[in-house]
Design a protein around this ligand. Structure first.
Ligand code: T3D
Length: 266
């Protein structure tokens, strides 16, 4: 059968494409399994220095596959409800943790609609670039759920609680351009420019000091819950680590020699 996640390589950039286009790349347990395996492979491959996540066909990802009998409510009167908590803690939470702990930067190239868990998977990537025709929908409340897949944590941090609540409670379609304007995502580009823009961004990140990029992601996330003194102490601790690494020596040497640096740490 056709893989549910397509993998391609361009230099040190690994692109993973969700590949269930007929169901708008919505998640089944099989897709979860393949995506997790592909992310693990990328994380463990020393040649990979940046990952791009995108979708095949017209959508990025429509979230949970609502036709999947293991999660869709059973219409039989008196049937026991499905344990969605189990679905979340088995699949979605580990996926968010995997993305947020990748040892390389992750770019989401949002090619079309990103709904429900699909929106939040995109938003937990480091840089999100979206095509103008793409949109973000916190579809959860429309079916009686709350934002999951990191939504309750991510949304207020990205856009503040007033906008986060509006977006999450109303569940309206947020066009990519508006998402960029309010700071939910990094950039909105013309549809025809999406692939090249994401590739260029990924190539640039792949040439940068990987360990410093990943430590930046982690330090910024951790600092959200710290007071300034604690954050300053954390910066000192992390900078001590960075200062002992080869990339720092290489960066300064290259600067002084007026040449392009060759970063190697990962
Ligand atoms: O439930 C749990 O286990 C807990 C976990 C929850 C995480 C979640 O993600 S909850 C949120 C689930 N997602 C949604 O509620 C989104 C549902 N989809 C939509 O609202 C719309 O499809 C879109 C706004 C994403 C796109 O609209 P549109 O008009 O461009 O396309 P469409 O015609 O609605 O969809 C095209 C096809 O994809 C269609 O199939 P068909 O009729 O051509 O055979 C549609 O049924 C299918 N599709 C779209 N989304 C899903 C889906 N099939 C299964 N699951 C989906 N989520």
């Amino acid at each position: 059968p056709e893989p549910l996640v397509l993998t391609s390589n361009a230099g040190a950039v690994r692109t993973l494409s969700l590949n269930r286009p007929a169901a708008l790349n919505s998640f089944t347990t099989e897709l979860h399994g393949e995506l997790m395996a592909a992310l693990d492979l990328a994380a463990d491959d020393p040649e990979v220095r940046c990952v791009v996540l995108t979708g095949a066909g017209r959508a990025f990802c429509a979230g949970q596959d609502l036709a999947d009998p293991s999660v869709a409510p059973d219409p039989t009167p008196g049937a026991a409800p499905k344990d969605l908590g189990h679905v979340i803690s088995t699949w979605y939470a580990p996926l968010v943790a995997r993305l947020r702990s990748m040892p390389v930067p992750v770019v989401a190239a949002v090619n079309g609609v990103a709904a429900g868990a699909g929106a939040n998977i995109a938003l937990c990537c480091d840089l999100v670039v979206a095509a103008r025709s793409a949109s973000f929908i916190q579809a959860f409340t429309k079916i009686g759920l709350v934002p999951d897949t990191g939504g309750t944590w991510l949304l207020p941090r990205l856009v503040g609680s007033a906008r986060a609540l509006g977006i999450a409670m109303l569940g309206d379609k947020l066009p990519a351009e508006e998402a960029a304007r309010i700071g939910l995502i990094w950039q909105c580009v013309e549809d025809a420019a999406l692939a090249n823009t994401a590739a260029a961004l990924a190539l640039k990140l792949a040439g940068m000091p990987t360990r410093a990029l990943v430590a930046t992601r982690q330090a910024m996330a951790a600092a959200q819950d710290m007071d300034l003194d604690t954050a300053l102490a954390e910066e000192a601790r992390i900078q001590r680590e960075m200062g002992n690494a080869g990339d720092y020596r290489e960066g300064v040497e290259a600067f002084r020699a007026k040449r392009a640096p060759q970063f190697k740490d990962r």
